[in-house]
Ligand binder design. Structure first.
Ligand SMILES: Nc1ncnc2c1ncn2[C@@H]1O[C@H](COP(=O)(O)OP(=O)(O)O)[C@@H](O)[C@H]1O
Ligand SMILES: [Mg+2]
Length: 328
């Protein structure tokens, strides 16, 4: 808002109790400063105000504005809190009478979004989640290979459940295949056409699915989920899975491969084949993970800004901060 709001007619006023509590990156965006009396004389310098105008005994509302001493006006003329509230209320009504639209509230991105609050699709695409910049649902292209990554407890299992449900909402007749562990709740979900819960099964199912994908054209939808793809590295299923991933990338069908963040680093063909699609969802990412996993730079981020289920969706070289819904 500070950097780009001005050109859009957005004006920002902020207050702070000390000049030092405003980082320079923020304070430098302000053209004008109003200094009220400060406890610390050094503070006036930081506000570009002469230090000898105000003192600790200056009355409330006495200020330095553009180098000159000034007294700020009081709405309604009475400094009492109740009177102030009344006067501000009257001011708001007066402004409303001029026909101006009331200011929209500033929304925040939810941390627990119920799937039922989202539409069935966004412009015909399955819903991914709610975007951080518009606070509106966003969709994703359900084709090709997609990385799903995140540290422990970042919401990967929930993300898989949601993505499966979401693709199913947009494509009720989707045919689903699962590769993973017999202990996973995902593999136990109803509706799989086939599941491979051992390395041996994974090898043979991957060959079947690769052939099916190659034969199944537009109009039908196949979804392949590989949970903890790292578990299949250098196993007898590895090369068959690589071939299946290649087939998925050449098709209009979707393959989602999940792994813990730390497990995506190496460049084994099995991982590389998925990563090279440069599409995926990185939950609670470190800044570097955009580059290391999907060759797409992320803005500088701090993990603290990412509750479970929040991350960056990366596709076509762009990143978007998104909160995934929480499946019951
Ligand atoms: N999209 C989400 N929104 C809100 N909370 C979530 C979301 N995804 C996960 N969580 C919370 O985080 C916990 C761990 O989620 P889980 O999917 O099991 O993580 P992981 O598989 O990465 O270990 C869940 O029990 C839930 O409380
Ligand atoms: Mg999990």
């Amino acid at each position: 808002m500070l950097a780009e709001g001005r050109g859009l007619g957005m004006h920002v006023a902020i207050t702070a109790d000390r000049p030092g509590s405003v980082p320079t990156g923020i304070s430098s965006a302000f053209q004008r400063r109003v200094a009220l009396r400060l406890a610390d004389e050094g503070g006036y310098l930081l506000l570009d105000a002469p230090a000898d105008i105000l003192s600790p005994s200056s009355p409330p509302g006495r200020a330095v504005i553009d180098g000159a001493e000034a007294q700020l006006a009081i709405v309604g003329g009475d400094p009492g809190v109740a009177e102030q509230a009344k006067a501000l209320g009257a001011l708001a009504e007066a402004i409303a009478r001029t026909g101006r639209a009331p200011a929209a509230g500033v929304g925040t991105l939810g941390t627990e979004i119920p799937p039922a609050s989202l539409p069935a699709d966004v412009g015909g695409l399955p819903v991914l989640g709610v975007s951080d910049d518009t606070l509106a649902p966003v969709g994703f292209e359900p084709s090709g290979a997609m990385v799903l990554s995140g540290p422990p407890a970042s919401g990967r299992t929930n993300a898989l459940r949601w993505l499966i449900a979401s693709v199913e909402r947009a494509h009720p007749k989707v045919t689903r295949y699962y590769f993973g562990s017999p202990r996973s709740v995902i593999g136990q979900l109803p509706g799989w056409e086939a599941t491979a819960l051992t390395v041996e099964d994974a090898g043979s199912l991957a060959k079947e699915v690769a052939a099916t994908i190659a034969e199944t054209g537009a109009g039908e939808k196949i979804l392949v989920v590989i949970e903890q793809i790292g578990d299949f590295l250098s196993t007898s299923a590895d090369s068959a899975l690589v071939e299946m991933i290649k087939a998925a990338k050449r098709s209009d069908h979707l393959l989602i491969a999940e792994n813990e963040s730390g497990g995506w680093g190496s460049s084994w063909p099995l991982l590389q084949e998925v990563k090279a699609a440069r599409t995926g969802f990185l939950l609670q990412p470190e800044s570097m993970e955009g580059d290391t996993i999907l060759k797409t730079s992320l803005p500088r981020v701090s993990r603290a800004d990412f509750p479970p289920g929040r991350g960056f969706f990366i596709a076509r070289g762009k990143s978007m901060r998104v909160q995934l819904p929480l499946v019951e």
